[in-house]
Ligand binder design. Structure first.
Ligand SMILES: [Fe+2]
Ligand SMILES: [Fe+2]
Length: 357
């Protein structure tokens, strides 16, 4: 997508695009230069889309009322504890791979041998190694070569994402959470997280790919474990005009970020990853640690660009201290948008086809 100024766009269409985008940014501080840059980018992109499809600038209809007709006080809070929700175990094939990747004496051949026992992961790695996402020249036709080209950290991130997504491949409650859109949002957040990690000079930026991929995993667990209560939270958010996050806290006394952090720890991923996931909506909970701040900013960028679990998602507020801690410029967020345009289609296609069907 081109982001050159929209000189040729009908002013009425441009004004409608601005109005609709403003409704999505209602909870943000447009005086912040990073938010303002994303807002202008989103207006321009929507206006360009509206040239081909004028219906795009019509206001988004509010979600339909849910089946529950109660007062807010009747929604809870619940006595459900965050540790009551137990995640399913990770697939054995992934645990075997994690073991071989964690052993410094493992050779490329050892890693490839374990990957080969998992047909889904083998197909994903080959598909990605041959996709425009990585841009390797020449055909990659063996697992050993794919593992060698991708590197151990990348293989670990992709395998973890594939392993977790296969646990939640069905879409049992599409009204609560659209699983294909959920993974598309997660892959988008993974791409932008890694891009921003590179821009701000983080060590091992591929770690942030996995953090972005798993940042909202608590949402899936909630929807699968407690569909009725998630339905209540969504209804409460709709009726009382609350963010879903606040509504989750009211109904569950915790939210998907806290639950996600616990689950990551229960799956024995590194503590740093659990901290990032737990802090992605409130990075100040983690002090001045820039790692949760980075995924917080990436999530906001992705939602500003419209890649959410619903069409035309609301944009969450940007924590200004989190943005400042990254030492990046507002313009970097526009570069992240261009990176997403290029990388999301091939990666989400390969990922969704392999992991979630
Ligand atoms: Fe989230
Ligand atoms: Fe998110």
């Amino acid at each position: 997508m081109t982001d050159t100024p929209a000189m040729d766009i009908d002013p009425a269409l441009a004004a409608a695009a601005r109005e609709k985008t403003a409704a999505r940014f209602i909870g943000t501080d447009l005086a912040h230069p990073a938010v303002a840059a994303l807002f202008e980018l989103s207006v321009m992109r929507l206006a360009r889309e509206a040239v081909a499809d004028p219906g795009r600038v019509k206001p988004t209809p509010p979600p339909p009322p849910g089946p529950l007709q109660m007062g807010a006080a009747e929604f809870g809070p619940s006595r459900r504890l965050v540790d009551d929700i137990v995640p399913p175990p990770l697939p054995r094939a992934f645990l075997a791979l994690q073991e071989v990747l964690g052993n410094p004496r493992s050779s490329l051949r050892d890693i490839a041998a374990v990957v080969s026992h998992d047909p889904g992961l083998s197909a994903l790695l080959l598909k990605l190694a041959n996709s425009a996402f990585y841009g390797f020249s020449g055909r990659v036709d063996t697992i050993e070569r794919a593992v060698g080209l991708l590197g151990a950290a990348e293989v670990h991130a992709l395998a973890a994402g594939a392993a977790v997504s296969t646990l939640f491949r069905d879409n049992p409650y599409p009204d609560l959470l659209d699983i294909p859109l959920f993974w598309k949002h997660s892959v988008a957040c993974a791409i932008v997280s890694r891009f921003l990690a590179e821009r701000c000079g983080q060590k091992n930026p591929e770690r942030f790919f996995l953090a972005g991929l798993l940042h909202d995993i608590g949402k899936v667990l909630l929807a699968v474990a407690e569909p009725e209560m998630v339905g209540m939270a969504l209804e409460l958010a709709r009726r009382d005009n609350l963010s879903v996050l606040r509504a989750e806290k009211h109904v569950f006394a915790f939210d998907h970020a806290e639950l996600g952090g616990r689950v990551i720890a229960k799956w024995h991923f590194p503590d740093a990853l659990a901290l990032i996931v737990a802090g992605h909506h409130d990075p100040q909970l983690c002090g001045h640690d820039p790692e949760p701040a980075l995924v917080h900013v990436a999530d906001m960028v992705v939602l500003a660009l419209g890649v959410g679990t619903r069409p035309d998602p609301l944009v969450p507020a940007l924590c200004p201290e989190a943005f400042a801690s990254l030492n990046i410029h507002p313009q970097d967020l526009c570069l992240a948008a261009a990176e997403l345009d290029e990388r999301l289609p091939p990666l989400s296609m390969a990922f969704l086809e392999t992991g979630t069907r």
